[in-house]
Design a protein around this ligand. Sequence first.
Ligand code: NAD
Ligand code: UDP
Length: 320
Amino acid sequence: MKIAKKYLITGGAGFIGSHLCDKMLEDGNEVYCIDNLITGSKKNISHHFTNPRFHFIDHDVIKPLNDQLIRQIKGLDYVFHLASPASPPQYLKLSIETLLVNSIGTYNLLELIKESRAIFILASTSEVYGNPIVHPQKENYFGNVNPVGRRACYDEGKRFSESLTMEFYRKYHLKTRIVRIFNTFGPRMQVTDGRVISNFITQALSNKDLTVYGSGSQTRSFCYITDMVEGLIKVSRGMNLDGEVINLGNRDEKSINQIAGLIIKLSRSNSEVVKVSARIEDDPDRRQPDITKAVKLTGWQPKVTLEKGLIKTIEYFRSL
Ligand code: NAD
Ligand code: UDP
């Protein structure tokens, strides 16, 4: 019989976090979801509001947790720290908030787990590799990041968050694990978050032009949400992973032009592709995860193909 555990998921009302809440509750666990709804939505978690094992706390993790809250979540087994804007247009708009949640926010959570000694999973990102010179990206690549560019609030925020997490691991022997998440997509992505998949599907379903930024030859590798959630869980439960940094993503690399074509085909849209000069400074030219380490240490492998994932995501957007 499985023993129920106590989870804290920051950013639990967001895209990835809400799917993680679903899974943890489905498995009989108790879930505390902390979110200030800055980019998330109650709609993503409202189906759990009558579940006595689910607790939503509207709180900004940049602010320290008050004593009542600390008492409430005493005895945590796992903390997933996902709170942070993640879509480029959102983190550009919320640049200071992004830097603070990835610095002070992470600090507050690391301090919190000193007592419970919960397993702590930091949601980092492939953006720590910046516009990579090494391809595909392995965990031991230090990256190519512009520290004062427009994406730096996110990239450097996450790099600081990683560094802080490693210092708490070294100094206090906390059970920390860092996952570098590569582009993830699926139902509950916000329609207006400005990311490529949500933009293209929304445009395709309304037969509007798909806006390819730049030449469209830049690449990304997209991982379906159910695979990502499984990967996060495997990293949290794996043995001897404290202090490790692990890439999670799908290796299937595609150009943005290919993604546009695929979405038009799968949604049977009459849309055309237009090229617009809207690439954000330092937009990575290529991105593909090397997931050898994840496979070796956890046995995890993404299973859902890009096409299958897109079909499900298009269905979801159509249903809205
Ligand atoms: P999201 O914006 O849907 O979710 C983030 C959640 O964090 C939102 O619900 C938001 O309201 C909450 N939040 C932000 N600041 C907060 C604060 N100060 N206090 C409390 N809550 C706060 O984004 P997502 O795509 O679900 O991303 C989740 C995590 O995964 C992020 O840390 C992101 O950096 C990381 N990540 C995501 C992707 C991806 O492709 N989706 C890729 C790499 C990394
Ligand atoms: N992009 C695009 N059209 C859009 C939105 C994004 O061509 O409507 C491009 C963007 O320039 C980038 C890639 O798609 O090269 C992925 O962008 P996204 O914002 O989804 O995520 P990123 O990987 O850059 O964080």
